[in-house]
Design a protein around this ligand. Structure first.
Ligand code: CP3
Length: 341
């Protein structure tokens, strides 16, 4: 069985000889070689230069026996093709946030081939370099999450300006979310055509919403994107951290795999969403800052709570920049030892 089979088989809830592992944000600042790359180029250049982005994606795989690569890019990458400039400091910052209907109407809807073509090119390079050893995960931000940055203008604790915009300008909000959803379909399709073996939709800020607003404003766009990708045949992962209060609504997202953050026990996620999904997660990234027996036991607890079939081990959110490399080694060793059948 090639390693490729491990991740994709787990996504399809087929039996595997051990649990596959990848780590959200596995390419990034906790790696000294990533920091060295960033000394040479800024983040936007890194994302938009396929050779360099492929290098960043491969760095964690050279160091650790991970079961999937993720293309190096950012959820804000498609926006340039819509006529929006985004800076990073280190999170997304917009010089001109969208605050009214006119600026939403002015947003361009790009043709499929215009949407961040560097990402597909990076995937082509990765697919070639990896030679089928492990699959490449493509990704995009869900419309609500990308819109949250577009309207707020930067990261925020509670995105109150964005939430106010949803209330004050519901039609403009739907127009914005629809434009983002159609662009995202082009973007993810191009990634699959370039060789991505699975796709993940990051809905980092879905949990800002109450269930009714999520159901009315955000979920239909997620459903449209994931259903447009169903014919592509690749597993679709939906990750909406901090959304336990949304109950079973993410069950109707159209995903094959649900990402679970660390706040929710995997048993509880399975009770809410049922056996029709594979589950990805969900070790608290803060455990990696507390290496030792506690970390090993925490990895085992995640494995114990996971389904027998259909578990992809991951953190419950992105790896933290000050994570010691040894903690990643510990996780991989424990998952490899404890999940082998
Ligand atoms: O291995 C990987 O996963 C790397 C690819 C990747 C990045 N961003 C690179 C990145 C992925 C999958 C993302 C997704 C992303 N980007 C999300 C969803 C995931 C999540 O964490 O919820 C969000 C919300 C963003 C927006 C964004 N981009 C933020 C909030 C930040 C700051 C992050 C931080 O850690 O401070 C970025 C910048 C960013 N994106 C960095 C990286 C490696 C750090 C940039 C740098 O090198 O200075």
């Amino acid at each position: 069985m090639s390693t490729e089979d491990l991740f994709l088989r787990a996504c399809r809830r087929e039996p595997v000889k051990r649990t596959p592992v990848w780590i959200m944000r596995q390419a990034g600042r906790y790696l000294p070689e990533y920091r060295a790359l960033r000394q040479r180029v800024d983040f936007r250049t890194l994302c938009s230069t396929p050779d360099l982005a492929a290098e960043a994606s491969l760095q964690p795989l050279r160091r650790f026996p991970l079961d999937a690569a993720i293309v190096f890019s950012d959820i804000m990458a498609p926006l340039q093709s819509m006529g929006v400039e985004v800076d990073f400091a280190p999170g997304p910052v917009l010089a001109k946030p969208l605050r009214d209907r006119a600026s939403v109407e002015a947003l361009r809807e790009p043709a499929p081939e215009e949407v961040a073509p560097a990402t597909a090119e990076t995937i082509r390079i990765l697919t070639r370099e990896l030679g089928g050893k492990v699959p490449v995960i493509g990704f995009a931000g869900a419309p609500l999450t990308v819109a949250a940055y577009l309207v707020e203008g930067k990261g925020s604790k509670d995105f109150s300006r964005f939430r106010a915009f949803l209330r004050a300008e519901p039609e403009a909000a739907d127009l914005l979310l629809g434009k983002l959803a159609r662009t995202t379909v082009h973007y993810l399709r191009a990634q699959v055509e370039a060789g991505a073996g699975a796709v993940q939709l990051f809905d980092t800020w879905a949990g800002l919403l109450d269930p009714a607003t999520y159901s009315e404003r955000a979920l239909p766009h997620v459903q449209a994107i994931l259903s447009a990708l169903s014919s592509s045949g690749v597993p679709r992962i939906y990750f909406a951290p901090g959304s336990a209060h949304l109950g079973d609504l993410p069950s109707s997202s159209g995903a094959d795999v649900l990402g679970v953050d660390w706040r929710t026990d995997l048993r509880e996620a399975r009770r809410v969403h049922g056996d029709g999904f594979a589950y990805q997660g969900n070790l608290d990234p803060a455990w990696l800052l507390a290496p030792g027996k506690g970390l090993e036991e925490a990895v085992c607890s995640v494995l114990d709570a996971a389904p027998d079939r259909g578990h992809i081990f991951n953190l419950g959110h992105g790896i933290l920049p000050d994570t010691p490399l040894e903690s990643v080694e510990t996780i991989l060793r424990v998952v490899h030892d404890r999940s082998a059948s």
